[in-house]
Design a binder for this molecule. Structure first.
Ligand code: ARG
Length: 579
């Protein structure tokens, strides 16, 4: 299908050419609604080149506009704008075709992208930073797939760090006689874990808290972690239990957020490549030893700030977060043959990625020129402008956060839906709560911080998830009251704005795709919802006497409902049929 923007560009390029200006032409939305739907500002840019007043270039071009069915009411405005409207008949046909077009799958790009998002740590509860990664990453994956890329989402669990040593220590402390701790034991280890989910949840926070004050405990934990990473049988067996129990917990949380991963790999899965990577770096002569640690210099002459070296091994010879990161890139190339890796991670980890990406390039370990993209995001802050914390200063857990939002959503829904059963209210408020949290998270520009404001997030007015949900149910309730299978469609003057807004969907998605920024889809959904609500307030669909007008309004309502649902699907936010 030829898109409107392309058709307009073509018409104007031809007109400029015929008028003697062989230049690059652009057409944009008109800034002032009453002057037109679109405008062309190119004459302003050509004045210097042709030593001519922009207005006379504009007049020349208009005189050469080729005959077409698309544009109408062309005017020239000082100092050299060409303003115009889209013909209503054309727009009506175009919109119908457009709505079918967006339902069809996009042409495949042949680009294989791995999206690394989520990043929960085993045995540790999910916190608000993981929420942002899950929300933004899941949406980016959906947007990229919509645009035709072949996407794989990987949760990249933190399953190889110190927290593992802490949990193993906690299990030992509770029962040191367990077979896992007997170094002479040669048999098989039990199939069932020696702890349940609830027990696991408290182990890490408890030990981590104590290890902060207890140097000896901290050293023990480090040693356990070292032994685990070096394959001590009993610890590995226990570690496997920790992973499987905590994966279940983590999955439950991600399911609540509608984040679904294709791969459930973790940092530890790259361990089969770490030796190879370490040998490659050391034998290739890329590293040097500094204070006992093995490092690779990755600074460049044009660096504005200092970029410290990449750490391959610490002074104890252990692998680090950076080492597994590098090994994971190798793994992703070998096992998944990716063209691009997108890391959806907190801005504060940017330096780590700069070091890793530079090191990978410097040592030339990749066979292919894989595009490595750091897609960072800001923090969710509390009222003090600092990353949101609990009263006792810990990172805010996802569960607490969800409870807060659910309570607020419940309060709002139950106040307005007095005729609903408590079960219905409960169900509605759960969906409303998740939409509130996710939309708030997604609607700020990715790189920016946002402040947690439960009242604002849950409001049914303004740029919020509940407002979009409400608009969809409003459209549904109209559609439930009218004859749905209508086909005659034409556009009246008052409805053309909604139609013009509907056909901007693909532009919004494309911008979101180019910038890895789902907020553009949120902006679009909000604008469309507003446009629809204005349309709704102005027209009485049910009582419209003119049959064609009525049918057209029903069709526009259907289209809006479909489009808003499509946006919410790209944002991975569930919607409601009624509320
Ligand atoms: N587990 C890490 C954290 O909680 C995030 C992992 C992000 N992904 C990566 N490839 N490093 O901070």
């Amino acid at each position: 299908m030829e898109l409107l923007n392309d058709s307009l560009k073509q018409i104007f390029t031809q007109a400029f050419c015929d008028a003697g200006y062989n230049d690059d032409v652009s057409v944009n939305e008109c800034a002032i609604e009453k002057f037109g739907d679109f405008q062309c500002q190119t004459p302003l840019l050509l004045a210097k080149k042709y030593h001519k007043a922009p207005i006379s270039i504009a007049n020349d071009v208009v005189a050469h506009l080729p005959k077409n069915r698309i544009i109408t009411n062309v005017t020239v405005a000082n100092p050299g704008y060409i303003n115009f409207f889209i013909d209503e008949n054309y727009l009506a046909n175009y919109l119908q075709e457009y709505m079918q077009f967006i339902e069809k799958p996009r042409e495949k790009t042949n680009k294989k992208v791995l999206i690394d998002y989520g990043g929960a740590n085993c045995a540790k509860p999910l916190h608000v930073g993981h929420l942002r990664s899950a929300d933004i990453g899941e949406s980016i994956k959906r947007i990229m797939s919509f645009e035709g890329d072949n996407c794989i989402g990987d949760v990249h669990l933190g399953d190889w760090g110190l927290q593992m040593g802490m949990v193993i220590y906690a299990v030992w402390e509770k029962n040191p006689n367990l077979v896992y701790f007997d170094e002479n034991y040669q048999g098989e280890y039990p199939k069932e874990p020696p702890f349940d989910m609830e027990e696991l949840k408290v182990m890490y926070p408890n030990i981590s808290q104590r290890a902060k004050q207890d140097e000896q405990l901290y050293e023990k934990v480090k040693h356990i972690t070292f032994e685990l990473q070096n394959g001590r049988r009993g610890y590995v067996a226990l570690w496997k239990h920790i992973i499987s129990v905590s994966k279940k917990l983590i999955k439950e949380d991600y399911d609540k957020l509608n984040a679904h991963f294709d791969l459930w790999l973790g940092e530890s899965d790259s361990k089969k490549y770490t030796d190879e990577v370490i040998d490659y770096v050391i034998n290739g002569g890329y590293s040097r030893v500094s204070d006992g640690a093995t490092i690779v210099d990755v600074s460049q002459d044009d660096d504005k700030a200092e970029i410290p070296p990449f750490m391959l091994l610490n002074s104890a010879g252990s692998v680090l977060y950076s080492t597994t990161e590098l090994a994971t890139i190798v793994q992703r190339e070998k096992e998944f043959d990716v063209d691009e890796i997108v890391y959806v991670v907190d801005n504060r980890q940017e330096l780590h990625f700069v070091q890793v990406f530079r090191c990978a390039r410097k040592i030339g370990i990749l066979k292919k020129d894989i595009d490595l993209k750091f897609v960072g995001f800001g923090t969710m802050n509390g009222k003090d402008g600092k990353p949101y914390k609990t009263r006792d200063g810990k990172a805010m857990g996802l569960d607490d956060l969800l409870e807060m939002v659910k309570a607020k959503a419940y309060e709002k829904v139950s106040a307005s839906k007095t005729n609903y059963s408590s079960k219905e209210i409960e169900n509605i408020s759960n969906v409303v709560a998740i939409s509130a949290l996710k939309f708030a998270d997604l609607c700020v520009l990715r790189t920016k911080d946002l402040s947690f404001d439960v009242d604002k997030f849950c409001s049914f007015e303004g740029k919020t998830g509940p407002y979009i949900l409400y608009t969809i149910t409003r459209a549904n309730s109209i559609l439930n009251k009218v004859e749905k299978d209508v086909t005659s469609f034409s556009l009246s003057k008052e409805d053309r704005k909604l139609a013009l807004c509907l056909v901007k969907f693909l532009d919004a998605v494309k911008t979101a795709y180019d910038k890895f920024a789902p907020s553009y889809v949120c902006d679009y959904a909000y604008t469309l919802a507003n446009e629809f609500n204005t349309f709704y307030a102005k027209s009485s669909i049910m009582y419209e006497q003119d049959e064609t007008k009525k049918h057209s309004k029903i069709i526009l309502t259907k289209y809006t409902q479909k489009m808003l649902k499509k946006c919410m699907d790209l944002l991975a936010i569930n919607t409601l049929e009624k509320m």
